[in-house]
Design a protein around this ligand. Structure first.
Ligand code: GDD
Ligand code: MN
Length: 397
């Protein structure tokens, strides 16, 4: 006998051992719970199962609705959580208390079709697979009436996961999946409980899992509204970055670099365009040594400062972002910091132009676009320091 008797412990208090535990994370889903429970029972008719509602003390009292139902439904259990709110940690808590050898996760709003639960169950119970993903992107799957915009975002996110993490899943953002107890116990200790991409955590942390997919059609939400706001994309990218490079690298810096690259592209595009249009030189009257300055350069820098501020505020430093009236002074500070960066940018740009003559003697010197890029890159690193120290402070969260 093994030293640890988990199965016996888990099963001691029950008459019928459930074959599958269906965990549903909830936040303000009171209206959806009765229908959800009904349809899971209907789908798993004949397979002993338990349903675990893992609720974050919802203001709409989802937990209470579920507890009332549980009075006359032995297979329903409710966790009312008061700490560490969040989708992934709610799922992990549900899994920790589940008793079955197959653990499934399903959204409470009936966007995930419970009809495929028996299929998910049997493919794990048979020992064929460790993880089964309910997928919108595989045969039999679909995104329902999602707009092209949401489909595109989802497509990009999936591509990123597939390219960077090489996960063999067509729908890695899916919140609908089942996992074997063995795979859960092996993988759970490594999982980051923050965020919402719990499936990605499983398949990204454990490379030895046998993964399969079953298609399903994503439905519209029955009642209520989505809790996943704009920051999902950001949180998703951070999650992918963490899975890729580990927890040592400051993930916000990775986002900053990403935004910086976008800024460089904007800068180069505007610069190239204005150069092509023969944009006039500008005489600032400030310094004979640097006058006249390329007008294309001046304008492209202003445009990229504005774009960078917006992207950093809305994306990189989202948790600390400025809103409403605070935006103007924040942009003012950002602009001054960017001037410092621009000073460095100009210095590098002009000195590269001056030594360009020398390099041209030896061979082909860097083009104006390349000189511009090198200057901007150095400025970007200096600005990271200024931004995180004085503007979007690294508050302790
Ligand atoms: N306990 C708990 N705590 N549950 C939460 C929380 C939370 O902080 N946030 C969301 N939930 C629950 C919701 O109540 C719902 O049952 C489920 O998690 C999914 O949340 P939705 O708000 O319905 O998300 P969605 O429909 O926008 O997103 C779906 O698609 C994403 C990818 O496209 C979900 O399936 C996501 O998991 C998926 O990544
Ligand atoms: Mn939903």
């Amino acid at each position: 006998m093994s030293a640890q008797p988990p199965a016996a412990e888990r099963r001691r208090h029950t008459d019928v051992v459930p074959a599958i535990s269906v965990i549903t994370p909830t936040f303000n889903e009171a209206e959806n719970i009765p229908e959800l429970v009904r349809s899971i029972h209907a789908s798993l008719n004949g397979i002993p199962h338990e349903i675990i509602v893992s609720d974050d003390d919802s203001p709409d009292e989802t937990w209470k609705v579920a507890e009332t139902l549980a009075e006359s439904d032995e297979s329903l259990r409710v966790i009312r959580r008061f700490h560490d709110p969040g989708l992934s940690s709610a799922v992990l808590d549900g899994m920790a208390t589940a008793r079955s050898d197959v653990l499934a996760v399903i959204d409470a709003d009936l966007q995930h079709d419970p009809a495929i639960l028996p299929d998910m169950y049997s493919r794990i119970a048979s020992g064929e697979l460790d993880v089964v993903v309910g997928s919108r992107s595989t045969a039999g799957g679909g995104y329902g009436d999602w707009s092209w915009h949401r489909r595109f975002v989802s497509w990009v996110a999936t591509l990123i996961a597939r390219l960077l993490l090489r996960v063999p899943v067509s729908d890695p953002m899916s919140g609908y999946f089942a996992v074997s107890r063995a795979a859960y116990e092996k993988t759970a200790p490594d999982i980051n409980p923050k965020g919402f991409k719990i499936l990605l955590e499983f398949v990204g942390r454990n490379r030895n899992l046998r993964i399969g997919e079953i298609g399903y059609e994503f439905s519209n939400r029955l009642h209520g509204e989505t809790k996943l706001n704009r920051s999902v994309i950001r949180s998703y990218l951070l999650g992918v970055a963490e899975l890729r490079v580990g927890r040592q690298v400051n993930p916000a810096f990775l986002l900053y670099v990403l935004v910086g690259i976008a800024g460089l592209l904007v800068n180069s595009a505007v610069f190239t365009l204005l150069e092509a249009l023969n944009f006039p030189e500008v005489n600032t009257g400030l310094n004979k040594a640097i006058d006249p300055i390329s007008g294309s350069f001046l304008v492209s820098v202003q445009v990229s400062i504005l774009v960078l501020f917006i992207l950093n505020n809305e994306f990189t430093f989202w948790e600390h972002r400025y809103r409403g009236f605070a935006l103007a002074p924040a942009f003012g500070v950002y602009w001054v910091m960017s001037l410092i960066g621009t000073g460095i940018h100009v210095a590098v740009f002009t000195s590269l132009q001056n030594i360009g003559f020398l390099l041209n003697v030896l061979g082909e010197g860097p083009s104006r676009v390349a000189q511009n890029l090198i200057g901007a890159t150095i400025a970007l690193v200096v600005n990271w320091y200024l931004n995180t120290t004085y503007l979007w402070r690294r508050r302790q969260v």
